[in-house]
Design a protein around this ligand. Structure first.
Ligand SMILES: [Ca+2]
Ligand SMILES: [Ca+2]
Ligand SMILES: [Ca+2]
Ligand SMILES: [Ca+2]
Length: 458
């Protein structure tokens, strides 16, 4: 079995390399923008699988209403009539930020909403719906941004929270029991904060990033040890006289080597890039359309390297920055100065990442990606963790793997013992497996890429 698997992997690798040499860079294109919620508006938007079927869904907040738009098996997002709404109980002026992640370690994504003096978590239950909100007090007022991710690289998701005009950043640390415990760290006192938890450069572990969007504040990087103490704090600054409007870490030049991108300026705008060094000052900048704001990093053409997406708040425009060009696209005026006015995800399950923007009066605008796949030799490019889809999670006796044909997979228990191994003979493999209930790691090797995903057998 291992010999066949390795042979297939070698063939796929060769085809993939040949394919990427033969196909020239090509522009990213979209279907005509669609307004999927014509009325009611949307203040904040996020995208991920929130009913545990492996298909990415959209979550939007308008006022005090949390709306869930599920992707259906016919590869479309159900329209407003079939969306599920949940009421968010919080004081005026309402929710300010949103993110999605599994926060109680059960394999199901949960939703976190930031407002006033708290974060609310809507835990996903076994029916694929959301439980009533549970609030966690932040200890301070005016939550600005929230972000899920593993801040201290211990295998459990955490929530980073920044407060408006506060000298601290808070992290609610996850644990095996799902209990969240808050620790505060010193920060710079500003507002319009943006947060991320991700890898930079060739790091193999995450850092926490906080961008200060006013008062000429810096972009701060915290490297946090597994024991939750700060290892290093790095401050990045912008040209004098400007505020940062948005940022992201993106590997547009070289796969797996993330550089810092930050937008600034109104009428004479630019994107600063920390390309050749990752120190305090950007070494490159490119001019960009008016009022660049919130940024996201996503692989929009399926070549394995990300592109940078930038909204232009208040303008009917977004920009996509790739390694050799910047292109502009029409989109209905995304909300300005909101960290959650744009999200990315494959909302029609065709392997191409789509873009969704939020407008308080008009609703959501969806840009369905129709770029021709560049990496044709490597089959379709899935927009899930490491481009591999595993569902359901938790599972009982059957689990599905969607990956490149010939990917090898290994189920490992918490003691590091291999329980089951094999390789995929089709893009969609259903595996019948008998193993005791518990937490396992599923390791999938796909070409040169190795992915690890935590799975739960119920
Ligand atoms: Ca789903
Ligand atoms: Ca969960
Ligand atoms: Ca953690
Ligand atoms: Ca798509």
């Amino acid at each position: 079995m291992k010999t066949i698997s390795k042979t297939i992997l070698r063939i796929l690798l060769l085809v993939g390399l040949f394919g990427s040499r033969a196909v020239m860079a090509q522009s990213i294109s979209f279907e005509t923008p669609v307004n999927i919620i014509g009325s009611g508006g949307s203040d904040l938007v996020a995208c991920d699988d929130i009913n545990n079927d492996g298909l990415q869904d959209i979550v939007a907040i308008n006022g005090y209403s949390l709306k869930v738009y599920l992707q259906t098996n016919n590869k479309s997002i159900s329209l407003s009539l079939s969306s599920i709404s949940y009421y968010i109980s919080c004081p005026y002026p309402g929710p300010r930020s949103i993110d999605i992640g599994d926060l109680n370690n059960d394999g199901r994504n949960d939703i976190v909403v930031g407002f006033s003096d708290s974060i609310a978590i809507f835990y996903q239950n076994s029916k694929g719906t959301l439980n009533a909100q549970i609030n966690y007090a932040t200890g301070g007022n005016d939550v600005d941004a929230v972000k899920c991710g593993d801040a201290n690289n211990d295998g459990f998701n955490d929530v980073a929270v920044s407060l408006w005009n506060s000298t601290i950043i808070s992290i609610f640390y996850g644990s095996s029991s799902g209990l969240l415990t808050k620790i505060d760290y010193p920060s710079v006192q500003q507002g319009y904060d943006h947060l991320d938890i991700c890898k930079i450069g060739t790091d193999t572990i995450n850092s926490v990033f906080k961008m200060c969007g006013q008062g000429y504040g810096p972009l701060i990087q915290y490297k946090i040890k597994t024991n939750k103490t700060i290892d290093t704090t790095i401050y990045r600054t912008h040209p004098p006289g400007w505020n940062f409007n948005g940022f992201c870490i993106s590997d547009i030049y070289e796969k797996g080597n993330g550089k810092v991108f930050a937008s600034y300026g109104g009428n004479n705008p630019a994107c600063a890039i920390w390309r050749n060094n990752l120190s305090a000052d950007a070494d490159t900048s490119i001019s960009i359309y008016q009022c660049p704001g919130t940024m996201r990093s996503a692989d929009l053409n399926g070549d394995g390297k990300d592109e940078v997406v930038v909204i232009h708040g208040g303008w009917n425009n977004l920009s996509i920055i790739s390694s050799d060009s910047t292109q502009n696209y029409f989109v209905w005026s995304p909300n300005n100065a909101s960290v959650n006015s744009i999200t990315t995800g494959d909302i029609n399950n065709d392997g191409l990442i789509d873009i969704i923007t939020a407008n308080t009066y008009r609703g959501l605008t969806v840009l369905i990606n129709n770029t021709k796949h560049q990496n044709t030799g490597m089959s379709k490019y899935l927009n899930t963790k490491d481009n591999i889809k595993i569902y359901p999670n938790p599972f009982t006796d059957k689990i599905n793997i969607e990956s490149v044909i010939g990917s090898s997979f290994v189920f490992i228990d918490i003691n590091g013992k291999i329980i089951y191994e094999g390789y995929t003979k089709s893009q969609h493999e259903e595996i019948n497996i008998d193993m005791p209930p518990g937490i396992y790691v599923l390791q999938i090797t796909n070409g040169e890429k190795i992915s690890h995903q935590k799975i739960v057998r119920e």
